[in-house]
Design a protein around this ligand. Structure first.
Ligand code: S3P
Length: 165
């Protein structure tokens, strides 16, 4: 099985929302690796980070991505940091990957200054800026298409993704 669309991009790009809209519009099942990890572990991502550490989360995430790439043929949304893993990047080669690009201020607005996401605790704006700076080249490298999300509704973004893939 091969996912028809794989969405990558940072937190606040709208991957989960856009994936849901694409699933509805195209009649495809939707899968999200964050939810797969939580379901497999029976605990939240925040709890996994706090109790077991980020490295453990990344190992679980790598397995979840590999399983979803092999066993899902709909729309797949990856967690924002999944592309940092070498095996995951290799597994994405040749796939219909779409990078949902977002700038700093829209990402901060969407995530919310009080975000509970573990990587953002303490300083949401500063942390998002660092993540965007570090990861944007990686998203660009793995993606076949980039769709800009700044100032746009998820419906608008989903329509453009459906058109390009
Ligand atoms: C992360 C993004 C999160 C989640 C975890 C780590 C990251 O997913 O996997 O908190 O490293 O960017 P979303 O991008 O779906 O929020």
């Amino acid at each position: 099985m091969n996912p028809r669309i794989v969405l990558v991009g940072p937190m606040g790009a709208g991957k989960t929302t856009v994936a849901g809209l694409l699933g509805e519009a195209l009649g495809l099942a939707v899968r999200d690796t964050d939810r797969d990890v939580e379901a497999a572990e029976g605990r939240s991502i925040a709890d996994i980070f706090v109790d077991s550490g980020e490295a453990h989360f990344r190992a679980l995430e790598r397995d979840a991505v590999a399983a979803a790439l092999a066993g899902h043929d709909g729309v797949l949304a990856l967690g924002g940091g999944a592309v940092l893993d070498d095996d995951t990047r290799a597994a994405l080669a040749g796939r219909p990957v779409v990078f949902l690009r977002v700038g700093l201020s829209d990402a901060v607005k969407r995530v919310g200054l009080g975000s509970a996401r573990p990587l953002l605790l303490g300083n949401v704006r500063g942390r998002i800026k660092a993540l965007l700076d570090e990861r944007t080249p990686v998203y660009e490298a793995v993606a076949r298409w980039t769709v800009d999300t700044d100032g746009r509704t998820p419906e608008d973004v989903a329509a453009e993704v459906a058109k390009v893939v």
